[in-house]
Design a protein around this ligand. Sequence first.
Ligand code: ATP
Ligand code: MG
Length: 567
Amino acid sequence: MRQQFLFSPTLRDVPQGADIPSHQLMLRAGLIRQTASGIYSYLPLGKRVLNHVEKIIREEMNKSGAQEILMPAVQPSELWEESGRLDDYGPELMRLNDRNDREFVLGPTHEEVITSLVRDELNSYKKLPVNLYQIQTKYRDERRPRFGVLRSREFIMKDAYSFNPDTESLAQSYDAMYEAYSNIFRRCGLDFRAVKADAGAIGGKGGTHEFMVLSDVGEDTIAYSDASDYAANLEIADLPDTFSESAVPDEEITSVHTPAARSMDEVSTYLSVMHDQLIKSILFIVDDEPVLFICRGDHELNDVKIGNALDAGTTRLAEEEEIRNLFGTEPGFIGPVGIPENVKVMADYAVKGISSGVCGANETDTHLLHVHPKRDVHIDQYGDFRFVKEGDPAPDGGGTIQFAKGIEVGHVFKLGTKYSEALGAYYLDENGSSRPLLMGCYGIGVSRTLAAVIEQHHDEDGLIWPRSVAPFDLHLLVLNSKQEDQAELGESLYDNLRQQGYDVLFDDRNERAGVKFKDADLVGLPVRITCGKKADEGIVEVKTRETGEMEEVHADRLVDYLNALFR
Ligand code: ATP
Ligand code: MG
């Protein structure tokens, strides 16, 4: 491609409103332009990278045995009613009506469409398992679209759905996807971790992993062990039960006046006790029943774990009114001692280790001292109900938990039968009985992956593409196109290198050398070849973008040199 014809408007300055390197560089190097908030056009350089990422995805998906299809972005709302998600999905779902006032949605994901697609076809165990995937545009009306294509409202996703007869088969499909994803992200040049994750709103029980690209701009926190390969999303990272029951204190419970001391900080300061001797009490309503969760004052209760632990339909925080009715006091002063019998008490493991604790007395401006969990509280169950903190022990017995930030680029899920049951996708097993299909779903944010690659591969001068996804392999520069020997050498190398199978961007523009070098660094192709002053001797300068290493190479040896470099 001759650069003079390339539609790649570059920007000298950092564009306003672009807060992270990938967003800034994609705008500056002319990869994308914004059309509306969270909605982007891809220009030739961006589209070429996208194509390369998609090619890698297709190769690995096909290798795993999955088959490519393409489903519509426009989906009838009735399908979403059938699955029960029309209301559950919330305002992220973009809706529209056709001329006959029939309702449609713009697909944010495709469980409904694919399940309806296969429900009359995959009706026998003999046709299973099947894994179908597509690369397609998705729509989500994100509350806060930001960071360019990292969190946009229209984006490209690779989504795959497996249909399996039994859990063993589902596990095989899941493992195959896990491996394909690992290959895909490795080939894209990404430093990533597969972390255990929460099943969330998509529903379904069983395994789920998120593929996280390690990056400071990531919106997710990964909790990982410094001594093993344990890694989980902070939301669900588990904690082992490492606490043994504390000794009973000599003192009996006593109440103290604590005017206006409600928060853990206020109580700690007022009574001069450490946070780890405080007992924090929070009332939840779990399927209409009140449940008091308690944890140590220096810990935070984790509602994802709480929801999962109770296997409940709905879990929510109690309203102030409900707290008043049950405990006869306001939220800041509730505690687990002497409470109504119908309130279950669930305690985080760490509460066990408190020997002389402090908690709310269920009376305004009053706390209790010398509380011992075993002696004074009727605890129904101990469990892992809190967020991990850095320095906590890892759950697999190896090492200590550390935190890192990650960008979620992929997600693999065991969905189970949620959609097959809701949408009536059944098959006949070997004994002729009808069973719902087991499903797995597997997503990759294709456009987000592009941004993630840039987050990990850039410097202050611009992009540094891994060869696997670079828009071109080589940037060929003629420094002064008015110098005949330079122009001639450039032209002949341009032909020759393309014949050798290289993608070449040929900067034959009538620009100053400084401009060309700056643009080359900004666009960040893996190797730059410059025809300059020594063109008359047939010598070019070869620079590797990543290392900055430069070498003079004779044009006759150039192909061998490059072949060695790229291999
Ligand atoms: P997030 O927590 O970041 O909102 P999600 O859990 O909603 O992601 P999934 O429903 O699992 O995402 O979608 C599969 C993949 O699609 C994600 O792993 C991510 O890479 C990508 N993705 C999701 N939302 C967006 C978005 N708004 N913009 C770009 N990519 C996205
Ligand atoms: Mg989301």
